[in-house]
Write a protein that binds this ligand. Structure first.
Ligand code: NAD
Length: 249
């Protein structure tokens, strides 16, 4: 028996990186999976790569009308949603002193507002016992140079999990945060670093990680599958660090 057999799942930002790896594992475990992203071409490529039991819906998490359209589609096609992985997120490098209002608004709009309304608008579709997983980050509790705005959004995401388990108590819906450490994904291409600077960053991070290396999207996806499945039926409100031990030292 597969661990997510017969479940309907949504992965926001499911066309790349951690989201794509998770969508693949959800399908492999028997789920029917909706993925979202802003660009249709990338969505189509991800859907083709996964092949079956996968549906792409173009939508921007920071656009509430897009979210309404997304959940109307899920309602019409599956009727409910057992698993919600609120994964879409962005980050930009900017030290205090050169943070712009635009950067602040964009990061909070996607990572905090978008995530909140993704979950809130999904609620009517979630049955008793559903599992919500919020993609936070190790930066929710650690300092990183020039990354304070992103880190603050992830602290907010972590806080949502603590509070929402109380708001959803009557419905037996679990909410957990997953906090990846350094995981190489296409997300790093948007940081404006050269290949050399990126490699330097990865090497500098690897030596601070007890396991001595950065992680892979598949390693995060495996932990998300655990939180999505009944294997974690008594796990609620936690922040699961999947980071090679980096947050613990
Ligand atoms: P990625 O760039 O490969 O994936 C991000 C996904 O989010 C993409 O599919 C993108 O299309 C989507 N997205 C961005 N803005 C969106 C919007 N407004 N609406 C809908 N979709 C949107 O990067 P990733 O590393 O896989 O990041 C996924 C999540 O993991 C993010 O929330 C990120 O903060 C978190 N995270 C990543 C790392 C890491 O080291 N890679 C570490 C900690 C947390």
């Amino acid at each position: 028996m597969k661990r997510l057999e017969g479940k309907a799942a949504l992965v926001t930002g499911g066309n790349s990186g951690i989201g794509l790896a998770t969508a693949k594992q959800f399908v492999a475990e028997g789920a029917y999976v909706f993925i979202t992203g802003r660009r249709q071409a990338e969505l189509d490529a991800a859907v083709n790569a996964i092949g079956e039991n996968i549906r792409g819906v173009q939508s921007d998490v920071s656009n509430l009308a897009d979210l309404d359209r997304l959940f109307a589609t899920i309602k019409q096609e599956q009727g409910h949603l057992d698993i919600l992985f609120a994964n879409a997120g962005v980050g930009e490098i900017a030290p205090l002193g050169s943070i712009t209002e635009e950067q602040f608004d964009k990061t909070f709009s996607i990572n905090v507002k978008g995530l909140l309304f993704t979950v809130q608008k999904a609620l009517p579709l979630l049955p008793e016992g559903a599992s919500i997983i919020l993609n936070a980050s190790l930066t929710s509790i650690k300092g990183t140079p020039a990354f304070s705005v992103y880190s603050a959004t992830k602290a907010a995401v972590r806080s949502f999990a603590r509070n929402w388990i109380l708001d959803l108590k009557e419905r037996q819906i679990r909410v957990n945060a997953i906090s990846p450490g350094v995981v190489l994904t296409p997300g790093y291409d948007h940081l404006g670093l050269s290949d050399e600077q990126l490699q330097e960053f990865i090497d500098s991070q690897a030596v601070t990680i007890p396991l001595g290396r950065v992680g892979t999207p598949d390693e995060i996806a495996k932990a998300v599958v655990f939180l999505a499945s009944d294997d974690s039926s008594f796990v609620n409100g936690i922040e699961l660090f999947v980071d090679g031990g980096m947050a613990q030292i």
